[in-house]
Ligand binder design. Sequence first.
Ligand code: HEM
Length: 464
Amino acid sequence: MSEETKKLPGPRGGGLLGSLKEIGDKAHVTWTKWSATYGPIYRVDLGPLGDSVVLSDYNLFKKAFEGDSDVFSGRYVLPIVKKSGSHGSMAWENGEIFEKRRNLMMKVFEKADIDKMTQNEVEAFCDVLKESQQKSSTTVYRMVYEANLNLTIAFCFQRGKRCPYDDETFRERIRLMNNVLEARKNLMAEKGNIFPFLWSTCLYGKFRRIHNEQRTYINQELSVRDVGDIGTVQDLMDGYVAKVDGIDFPAKECIVHIMNTMGATITLKNAMQWLILLITRHPEVQTKIQTEVTSVFGDEVPTMEGIDKVPYTSATIYETLRIACPAAQVVPHMTQADVKFEGYDIKNETVVFGNIWGLHHDTKYWEEPETFNPDRFLNSEGKLDLDKESYVPFGLGKRRCPGETIAKRVMFLYIASIYQRYGFEEVEGHPLPDVNDGVLFAGLHNPPPYKLKIVSRSDDKNNK
Ligand code: HEM
């Protein structure tokens, strides 16, 4: 650690593990607590991973991540990520390769009909709700996870086609994804980051096997994909094979990009699970959404064209992204040069964390930040008002989430379609968790599992 870096305030650290243990399994809460003591920018000793810097303030976020220079837009590649072969995917790349992969992904998202894929998936989701409505409780939580994975697979390598939920291949994919997530539970504190040599030992045998299995089944799809047949690009794999817009990568390289995208869309699953949870916790919000979507769409399939007419529904989505923060922190960045920032000297290749949770709960910007209140995203005329400071659910700058547009469309189509027909209630004996019960899992903010009772709106109407 250099003399200059020492000047940054921060918890003491030291020893083999530095402050890794103190960070615990709710890093976003620890970052926020420490920012109250050490200020909006501070240093944290990550033991073998070196010194890092935490930013927990909106203006510093803008200055670092959105500023003119690229110094803060590098990505820190965790040792475990390198070892598992994820290096080379877009999220873990830097420089020109990162930019080309990002462009490729954005081109694919422009060309593929993701709204149609979402509508197909949400239709199947609502069919399961229908089948389950007599049950006293359901794991809607689990259904959201499966629907999200199905949709991701559709736009990554299934040319938009969905799998029936009980299909054997799909069940196998779910099993593999569960295993991958389980293996990557606590990415930062992963022992393989601290002692990378462990990767080659039997301790990591299962981890290696799971990643290889996932790679193999994506490769099976790639091996039967015929370049000649591609008229239009329908998924990420097509993008690579067809070299969309002349962006040239060997087709095989899409495998790691696809695996990484499947991991990244877990944030969308979290957002959906938080949305349904928070709406159920606030029955008055649920009623308003139901009334609004019905008044605009009636019994018609909700489409993006109607979004401006349902501002309250959108406001609920934005408020959920604020208070529950499905990505409570940015994926660790890394400086790409020595830099003087806010009077502090920060070395090249320093890990930088951005505490999104801290920004979204900052009382300087948000009145009663702990209160779930969709109305804060509406103006006095009842129109959606997104002109907010200290609000960065998708990050900022060059590393801003490339899935933002998709995520917003998917959340909207889901919420409008579900609440057009159904509502949910708390199940007796199963109290619903709240945002403070969330845990970081694979670096993302997950709600704990919960059960719900499905309430069909046709029953509602018949009972009135
Ligand atoms: C509500 C849902 C989502 C939220 C809140 C979210 C949020 C974020 C955030 C905060 C980051 C980190 C930005 C940074 O490091 O500075 C990120 C990165 C990323 N997200 Fe999302 N995301 C969501 C959905 C998605 C979806 C649906 C996809 C893919 C289709 C996706 C793909 C990615 C990728 C590939 C990255 C890495 C970008 C990079 O390294 O430059 N995300 N997301």
